[in-house]
Ligand binder design. Structure first.
Ligand SMILES: [Zn+2]
Length: 278
């Protein structure tokens, strides 16, 4: 069994800015291509593969980057087109957004796109309707439901491992791949990406990964290009958002390298090939 690595492929500002390109007032530069190059180099060095959930607007701007990811043997999946939170869109807007991103990514990469991850894990109890739309739009798996609770996202009692979600008593015919959590004291503790990965020491990430593997499941990791880039331009954010956005960025790349050295990773399509066929 291999663990799974995923990269939400967007620029340094997307997580806290709902637009497709940075506003003029930012007076800054794009950094996604340079940081994706670093990831590709690291994956290559350790013989690891990953799923890149690419934002459609970023793919449109940097098609050569998408081709390079695909040619390096990684999976291209969709992160939507505009980085709008799912629960802030109408079902029709959501359908338009994922359809546009999927067509774009397939045209650019020349490969089938079967996976989707919502911006900021925004498939929550209020937006579970999105799963049916994903199926109708040709997606075979989703990786947008975080089995935790915080101020922005999460369904705390959602399954912790790959599953077919039950919505209104019925099984939805899409494979859901949640990010990994560690179960302790009746709570799911996130550790495998973003702020949690940056904040936790490596030995804990290592221990929690082993715990997930010991019950027969691959760990699902996730990071963004900007999270290994201490030189990225900075957004003006509230104290809380700034802390979550930037804490631990300095040490993140080093931690990533330790992880890749110890655990060989695969893409979602590769690791869950047999489940996706059923
Ligand atoms: Zn994102």
């Amino acid at each position: 069994m291999k663990n799974i690595f995923t990269v939400d492929t967007e620029d340094w500002f997307h997580a806290n800015y709902e637009g497709t390109s940075f506003p003029d007032t930012f007076n800054a530069r794009y950094t996604v291509e340079k940081n994706v190059d670093s990831y590709l180099g690291h994956f290559d060095r350790y013989g690891c593969k990953a799923t890149f959930f690419v934002l459609g607007s970023v793919a449109e701007q940097f098609p050569q980057m998408v081709r390079k990811i695909a040619e390096s043997g990684h999976e291209i999946a969709s992160h939507g087109y505009s980085h709008l939170l799912v629960y802030r869109q109408s079902p029709d807007e959501f359908r338009e957004d994922v359809r546009k991103s999927r067509h774009l990514l397939e045209d650019i990469s020349g490969s089938r796109v079967i996976g989707y991850r919502a911006p900021s894990w925004s498939i929550t109890r209020e937006s579970l309707w999105a799963l049916d739309i994903l199926i109708q739009e040709g997606f075979e798996y989703d990786s947008s439901i975080f089995p935790t609770r915080n101020y922005l996202y999460g369904i705390p009692d959602a399954p912790r491992f790959a599953n077919r979600p039950i919505v209104n008593g019925e099984e939805v015919k899409i494979l859901e791949i949640p990010p990994s959590t560690f179960r302790a004291a009746g709570l799911n503790i996130p550790f495998s990406g973003g702020f949690y990965f940056r904040a936790l020491p490596f030995f804990l990430i290592d221990r929690f990964t082993s715990a997930v593997n010991s019950v027969g499941h691959p760990a699902v990791f996730y990071l963004h290009p900007r999270e290994i880039d201490p030189d990225q331009p900075r957004l003006q954010l509230s104290l809380r958002d700034g802390f979550v956005h930037y804490y631990g960025v300095e040490g993140c790349e080093k931690k990533l390298l330790r992880l890749l050295e110890k655990y060989k990773t695969a893409s979602i399509a590769e690791e869950f090939f047999s489940l996706l066929q059923t």
